[in-house]
Each structure stands twice: as structure tokens, then as C-alpha cells.
Design a protein around this ligand. Structure first.
Ligand code: NAD
Ligand code: DAU
Length: 356
């Protein structure tokens, strides 16, 4: 039995692959274009396992994707490849539409052709699992109820609009062609191997370097945080037990204001790495993200009641483990701090003025 995982060298995809290789006997085929966000080192021990293959390929390359399906004859594909950073989507939206919408379309077509040619029972057992985000539902006020699977889509950023586009394609491929799809919409992940353009790893590395901790706007925006290993477990459960055509929300039951997250990080760093502290002095309020969604919150009752999933990690212990991982893994950190990364920091932060 074989699984294909796209975006496997990224933050969440690599966690899924590491878990699958460590805990199952299946062959796992990692597909990744190795953009700035992809790093084969993130695959850890899975890289050298006989149960793992790596295919350096772009999901928009239809002949290549067809060849990969033909060669490996997968029982399912978990599709995580995407451009994933909201701020980058504001600076350059075209790449987001290209990978997230056109790339997903390409994969759906390839998977559909492959699925139609499968004999039973492999045909009815095949799954196309699409990994999406809570951001497609838009922004909540402080008192709004959390997003449910039936909440109307209201994407606000080029990133979330492109993810919404891909979600709609997946839905249509199930409805029109009968492709056995599964979809999950998850809240903010955090944990090891997180690329340091995102809030938590950026703050950890800046703090260790004694650099400013740039909090957008008033710091009161709320996100729901889920430890990445819990997300990977949810994805594996949905793959095995989810009903084709259904979508499942995944969340961490850990809503926090951004400033609370940064505060907690500073406290943990003061304890684990006092030599770069005290860290709170580095907190700097800067110009807000354009169109910044105020609050996300996830209702994951469906996943809990139908499939029995709950997050196992709590936010404070998960955050502590995450900080410790960054302290223990300077080689990985060094490997992602390329010239491209430094250029991005310059582009995203140099123009932001410091609030009084
Ligand atoms: P990431 O940016 O860390 O990794 C994305 C991976 O996709 C990288 O390895 C990159 O090289 C690869 N990739 C990009 N374009 C590609 C292409 N054209 N062909 C092949 N590979 C390509 O992203 P992530 O945080 O791991 O997110 C994975 C998925 O989960 C995304 O679809 C994202 O929208 C979704 N998601 C992320 C979060 C989160 O908090 N990070 C939350 C909910 C959903
Ligand atoms: O909700 C799920 C989404 O979470 C995923 O779909 C995205 O792929 C993922 O990137 C993430 O999106 P966010 O925009 O919420 O994550 P980010 O880490 O970029 O920002 C988290 C919050 O922190 C957000 O309110 C913006 C704020 N922020 C971010 C950065 C990078 C800052 O205040 N300062 C910063 O420097």
C-alpha cells in the first residue's frame, strides 16, 4: 500500500511523513517542488527509510504527476503543497493562484484519470485528501460563534482566496465526477520545523538574536493554535475513517491574542535562554498587515463526535517544546536562513513603521 504526500518537505507535510514512516508499514512517496519553504532536512529520519521515496516535482507539472501516479499506484493522496504565507500573498498573489488553484486543478485531473482506471475494490477505497485552512471562512468578531463546516466562505486575503478556490474545485470534483475526496480546514499550526516567516518561529529566532519582535497592529488579533503533531494525527484519522465528500474542521481549542502568544514566548525564553534576555524589551508594535483578519476560532465537534479526535497537546506545553526544539536544532535553522529569507525579511519589515 502506498500513499502520496504533496508539500512533504514543508512544515505540516513533513510532520505527516515522519509520523507515517515511523508508525506504519506503508510506502510513503513525498512530492515537493522544494520552494523556499521546502527543506528535505525536515523529513528527518524518514529520508533514509526504505519505506520512503522523495520525488522532486511541481504539482503543476501534469505529465510528471501522471508518471508518479502510474509508477506508485497510490491508495490515496494527501495534498498539502501550497504557497502558505499570508504576507507573501499580499506582496505576490500570482504564485498563490498558480500553485494553490491551478496546481490543485492539475492534481485533481491526474487523480481523476487514475481513479477511473482502478479496478474494484481499489477504486472505491481510493481517497483524494485536500488540506485546507480556517482562513477561507473570513474573520470573526470577539463574540461570534466559531467556524463550523457549514460556515459560508468569506476569504479576505489573496492566500485565503486561493485556498478557497482550491476547496471549491475539490468539492466540485466530488459532486460532478464522484472522485472520493476528503477535506479538512485547520487552524494555525505551530511546532518543530516551522519556517521562520510565521509568527511563532519568527519571534523565537528574533528573540534569540536580540532583534525586535514585530507585533502587527494592536496585537489583539486572535488565532486558534494547534500543535502540528496533533494536526498530522487528525489528517491520518480522517484519511482512514472520514466519509468521502465530507469536510472536517480541525482546531486546537487554544484561542490566544497575538500579544499573549509573544508574551508567553518571552517568558519561556527568559527561562530557557536567559543569556539573550530579558526578552519582553524587544516587543515592538509595527504597521498592521493590510486586511488583517481579527479572529479565527474553530468548532471541531464533528471531528470529535464522528471520529473521536481531540488535540493531545496543550498550548503552553507545546510552546515550550517548540522553543526547546529551536534551541536544540541550530543546523536546521541555519539551513533555512538563506539569502532569499533575508530578502523576505527586508521586503516585509523594512517599510513598517514602529508604533509610538
Ligand atoms: P509550508 O509553506 O511550510 O510548506 C508548503 C510546501 O509545499 C513546501 O515544502 C513547498 O516546497 C511545497 N510546494 C509549494 N509549491 C509547490 C508546488 N507548486 N509543487 C510542489 N510542492 C510545492 O506550508 P505548511 O504550513 O506546511 O502548510 C501545508 C498545507 O496546510 C497548506 O496547504 C496550507 O494551506 C495548509 N494549512 C496550513 C496551516 C498552518 O498553520 N501552517 C493551517 C491550516 C492549513
Ligand atoms: O489559520 C490557518 C493559517 O495560519 C494557515 O492557513 C496559514 O498557512 C498560516 O500561515 C497561518 O496564517 P496566519 O496569517 O494566521 O499566520 P502568521 O504566523 O503569519 O500570523 C499569525 C498572527 O500573527 C497574525 O494575526 C499576524 C500576526 N503576525 C505575524 C507575523 C509574521 C505579527 O503580529 N507579526 C509578524 O511578524
Amino acid at each position: 500500500m502506498t500513499l502520496i504526500v504533496t508539500g512533504a518537505a514543508g512544515f505540516i507535510g513533513s510532520c505527516v511523513v515522519r509520523q507515517l514512516v515511523a508508525e506504519t508499514d506503508e510506502l510513503v512517496v513525498s512530492v515537493d517542488a522544494l520552494t523556499y519553504a521546502g527543506n528535505p532536512l525536515s523529513l528527518g529520519d524518514a529520508q533514509a527509510s526504505p519505506k520512503h521515496r522523495f520525488e522532486h516535482a511541481d504539482i503543476r507539472d501534469q505529465p510528471r504527476m501522471q508518471a508518479i501516479f502510474e509508477q506508485y499506484q497510490p491508495r490515496a493522496i494527501l495534498h498539502l503543497a501550497a504557497e502558505s504565507h499570508v504576507d507573501r500573498s499580499i506582496h505576490g498573489p500570482a504564485e498563490f493562484v498558480s500553485t494553490n488553484v491551478v496546481g490543485t486543478l492539475t492534481l485533481l485531473q491526474v487523480a481523476l484519470d487514475y481513479w477511473r482506471g482502478l479496478p474494484e475494490p481499489r477504486r472505491s477505497q481510493f481517497r483524494f485528501q485536500h488540506i485546507s485552512t480556517d482562513e477561507v471562512f473570513g474573520s470573526l468578531s470577539a463574540t461570534d460563534p466559531a467556524f463550523e463546516e457549514t460556515t459560508a466562505y468569506q476569504p479576505n486575503s489573496p492566500y485565503s482566496a486561493s485556498k478557497a478556490g482550491s476547496d471549491h474545485l475539490v468539492r466540485a470534483w466530488h459532486h460532478t465526477y464522484g472522485l472520493p475526496t476528503l477535506m479538512t480546514n485547520c487552524s494555525n499550526n505551530y511546532g518543530p520545523y516551522h519556517f521562520p516567516e510565521k509568527l511563532i518561529p519568527l519571534m523565537i529566532l528574533n528573540a534569540l538574536d536580540g532583534k525586535p519582535l514585530p507585533v502587527y497592529g494592536d496585537g489583539q488579533n486572535v488565532r486558534d493554535w494547534l500543535y502540528v503533531e496533533d494536526h498530522a494525527r487528525a489528517l491520518r484519522l480522517v484519511l482512514e475513517k472520514g466519509r468521502p465528500g465530507e469536510t472536517y474542521n480541525v482546531g486546537g481549542a487554544a484561542e490566544r491574542k497575538n500579544i499573549e502568544v509573544v508574551d508567553t514566548l518571552c517568558n519561556i525564553l527568559d527561562e530557557l535562554h536567559p543569556q539573550s534576555g530579558p526578552h519582553h524589551r524587544l516587543i515592538t508594535y509595527v504597521t498592521d498587515r493590510p486586511g488583517h483578519d481579527r479572529r479565527y476560532a474553530i468548532n471541531f465537534t464533528k471531528l470529535e463526535s464522528e471520529l473521536g479526535w481531540r488535540p493531545q497537546e496543550n498550548f503552553e506545553t507545546g510552546l515550550r517544546k517548540t522553543v526547546q526544539w529551536y534551541l536544540d536544532n541550530p543546523e536546521w535553522v541555519q539551513s533555512v536562513r538563506s539569502g532569499e529569507y533575508r530578502n523576505w525579511l527586508e521586503m516585509n519589515y523594512a517599510g513598517r513603521t514602529q508604533a509610538a
